[in-house]
Design a binder for this molecule. Structure first.
Ligand code: S3P
Length: 428
């Protein structure tokens, strides 16, 4: 699909932010292996989360979609999953594939899990290696580094493991495997990354303790819990940046998750001088939530790297866009993980923003952006990457003239109503 976007004269209104994608995946998977029924409300309607639903149904779990964004999950209990009739398909979703790898490694039956071309080109050795240390029989393609993954399933033992990359997907795979293992599982995180699995496991009664950078998990079973999923800060981020860089903007974003392992975008935009108000802070099923409001701002360049990066990993293409509209230079370092996302997000961001007249220089682990140049409408391509498609849509709102974004349908991977929301906000 080719999406045409015009310069917006103003951006005004409120957006219902879709349910958090990361939390939605975990809500389905953990409630599937819990004892009892659970209703999940404000479930992310993204293609990625429905890939997880399809996989869990194939493993014998009854899951019904209700009115609106509700999901009813009939948990089968810890030992109730059954062998799928064929290969499980994770689609474009790295979270589905990597987290399920941990769960499947512990089941008393074999599984194969595959995905689309993008997912089949992403590194899987990072999950295969630690699961093997737990005793898992799991192999992949190309020296055990790529999907499809073949998993025999069987008995596991708890391990102590220091994560070599800050990856919540790997951490979560090991925690799920650890629920079934003999002995304790201890995970050390050199740099903190999103902790939704830890929080949800606690809500469901698991024996989990977090002590600084170390997570201790005892094997055990879970009880089903009804959940109301907070709005996705990674979806809200498009409107936070749009509001901050557009000269006539005022956008309200109620019920956004502001878990500190995810809220780096707020810190970065505030440090650039953005006018963002955070109100009505409260906690929903262990997850912090708030109402956000952004107004047109005058931004300045910034430098980001180190421990901040995992807290803002999915928003870096958007930070590059904010930097284009800021005064001065922005430097992004330590973000080499972006090269192995749905596409190489460093190279694709630099290439596509440059088509609009931006001055973006690639670094091996980041970008240098010289801000202050007016962007011009252009023909751009999402590279099939949802976050690129939507970032370019926001760029087009402030660029002079018309833009056309090819492969814009990729937005539905995480935010199916994005283009409607963009149209509504720009119509005032
Ligand atoms: C996710 C973890 C992050 C993130 C992805 C979602 C998750 O990936 O980029 O969009 O839900 O656990 P990594 O675990 O590869 O860092």
């Amino acid at each position: 699909m080719r999406q045409r976007v015009q310069t917006a004269s103003a951006l005004q209104g409120e957006v219902h932010i879709p349910g958090d994608k990361s939390i939605s995946h975990r809500a389905v998977i953990l409630n599937s292996i819990a004892q009892g029924d659970a209703r999940v409300s404000n479930f992310s309607q993204s293609d990625d989360c429905f890939s997880t639903v399809t996989c869990m149904r194939a493993l014998g779990v009854g899951i019904e979609t209700g009115d609106g964004d509700e999901l009813d999950i009939h948990g089968v209990g810890k030992n109730g999953l059954t062998e799928a009739g064929g290969a499980l398909d994770a689609g474009n979703s790295g979270t589905t594939m990597r987290i399920l790898a941990g769960l499947l490694a512990a089941q008393p039956f074999p599984s194969v899990i595959t995905g689309d071309e993008s997912l089949r080109s992403r590194p899987m050795d990072r999950v295969i290696q630690p699961l093997r240390l737990m005793g898992a029989q799991i192999s992949g393609q190309i020296d055990d580094s790529r999907a499809p993954l073949e998993i025999q399933g069987g008995k596991l033992r708890g391990i102590r493991y220091r994560l070599p990359v800050a990856s919540a997907q790997i951490k979560s795979a090991l925690l799920l495997a650890g629920l079934y293992a003999q002995g304790h599982t201890v995970i050390e995180e050199p740099v903190p990354c999103r902790d939704h699995t830890e929080r949800m496991l606690k809500e469901m009664g698991a024996g989990i303790e977090v002590d600084g950078d170390t997570i201790h998990l005892s094997p055990g079973s879970l009880k089903a819990v009804d959940l109301l999923i907070p709005g996705d800060i990674s979806a809200a981020a498009f409107w936070l940046v749009a509001g901050a860089i557009h000269p006539q903007a005022s956008i309200r974003l109620p019920n956004a998750g502001i878990n500190p392992t995810r809220s780096g975008i707020l810190d970065v935009l505030l440090s650039m001088g953005a006018d963002i108000a955070v109100g009505n802070e409260h906690v929903l099923h262990g997850e912090p939530v708030a109402d956000l409001e952004v107004q047109s701002s005058s931004l300045r360049g910034t430098e980001i790297g180190g421990e901040l990066i995992p807290r803002v990993i999915d928003e870096i293409p958007l930070i590059a866009l904010a930097a284009c509209a800021a005064n001065g230079r922005t430097v992004i370092r330590d973000a080499q993980e972006l090269r192995v996302k749905e596409t190489d997000r460093i190279s694709a961001t630099a290439k596509e923003l440059s088509k609009m007249g931006a001055d973006v220089e690639e670094l091996p682990d980041g970008m240098v952006i010289h801000g202050g140049r007016k962007l011009s409408g252009a023909g751009c391509d999402s590279h099939g990457d949802h976050r690129l498609a939507m970032m370019l849509g926001v760029a087009a709102l402030i660029a002079d003239g018309k833009s056309e974004i090819d492969n814009a349908e990729a937005a539905s991977i995480s935010y199916p109503t994005f283009w409607q929301d963009l149209g509504r906000l720009s119509a005032g």
